[in-house]
Design a protein around this ligand. Structure first.
Ligand code: 173
Length: 324
């Protein structure tokens, strides 16, 4: 046989072997969470993983490695980018060290189902692929507005003289409200409150009981603003390594996960009631002040986005807003 034919045969053999190997083999993805293991996000994720593994035998499995004790919350994005882990439950605010655009997802004002229809989801993935070496897989939290929680009462939307725990989500807005701010991962909030290092913190409407912050919280400022974005992200090379059946299976389960997001509207109501029962007082403004408060949040949020990444901010703003 001529060397040329031999080479061709070897290539064919290799291709066939590769295809057979990939389709016949079960792959396991390593997943970490930037949020605490006992919190509501991971509780719901665990339920999903159980179903995923039960139905995905022989195709695809997920191995849950752990929460912030395995990888610190603000390092999880880089772990996904570099392939230290395959997948993560994370929020953009925790990986602005990978790309500032990650935090822009708090500004979406349409459901994720609509983001998939109107091109927002693809636009996000273009940026996540190019700048983050990641695939943006699914948003598993929606309709969870952020609030300001305080131990000192305010009677107008002014945080002057107050020190408030933040992440990038809240920085520009709280500073616009005259707060002095300190960034911490969720895992440090309780101690910061206990020691009086902060007078309050930003967090969504749900979840403050998960780490016992209710013990150290007196007021919640209404209304809420933005929408907490908690999503599954994946290392891009790991995503591209999946076989067609594996990717189809993953996609099916991701859409099923998003299909459960109606939960969050109920949860917001339950958590509001639970806070009231725990003695946390709602601070409310009149209608005009409330509207101005929320408008200001978005105005300041987009201004910050435009400053950091003008082109992408403009693209996202058009796609994240309801069409008229
Ligand atoms: O830690 C935070 O306050 C934060 O940025 C966040 C983002 C999404 C969901 C919950 C918290």
């Amino acid at each position: 046989m001529s060397p040329r034919v031999l080479k061709k045969m070897a290539a064919l053999l290799l291709a066939a072997g590769f295809a057979a190997g990939v389709s016949a083999q079960e792959a396991t993805l390593r997943l970490v969470s930037a949020f605490a293991e006992n919190g509501i996000y991971v509780q719901r994720l665990q339920t999903w993983i159980q179903k995923f593994n039960a139905e995905g035998k022989g195709v695809l499995q997920i191995n849950f490695i752990g929460g912030p004790k395995a990888i610190p919350s603000f390092e999880v994005g880089n772990a996904v980018k570099t392939g230290v882990v395959d997948m993560a439950l994370n929020t953009g605010a925790f990986y602005t060290n990978v790309m500032p655009e990650a935090d822009f997802l708090k500004l979406t004002r349409i459901p994720v189902a609509e983001q998939r229809r109107n091109g927002a989801f693809d636009a996000i993935n273009k940026v996540w692929n190019d700048k983050g070496n990641m695939q943006y897989l699914a948003r598993m939290v929606e309709n969870q507005p952020f609030h300001i929680y305080l131990n000192k009462k305010i009677d107008k939307p002014d945080l002057a003289g107050l020190k408030v725990r933040i992440t990038p989500v809240y920085r520009d807005f709280f500073q616009a409200l005259n707060a002095s701010v300190v960034t911490t991962a969720p895992g440090e909030v309780y101690t910061a409150l206990e020691r009086g290092v902060v007078d309050g913190y930003g967090w969504p409407i749900g979840g403050i009981f998960d780490l016992n912050w209710h013990e150290r919280t007196k007021f919640r400022v209404d209304p809420g603003f933005y929408d907490a974005e908690v999503s599954l992200i994946m290392n891009l090379p790991a995503y591209r390594r999946l076989s067609e059946p594996q990717r189809a299976y993953l996609q099916k389960q991701l859409l099923a996960l998003e299909g459960e997001n109606g939960f969050w509207t109920r949860y917001a109501q339950e958590e509001t009631a639970r806070q009231e029962k725990a003695g946390i007082q709602a601070v409310k403004f009149d209608a005009a002040t409330s509207k101005a408060f929320v408008d200001r949040a978005y105005q300041v949020g987009w201004a910050g986005a435009e400053k950091q990444s003008p082109e992408i901010a403009a693209r996202f703003k058009a796609l994240f807003s309801p069409s008229r």
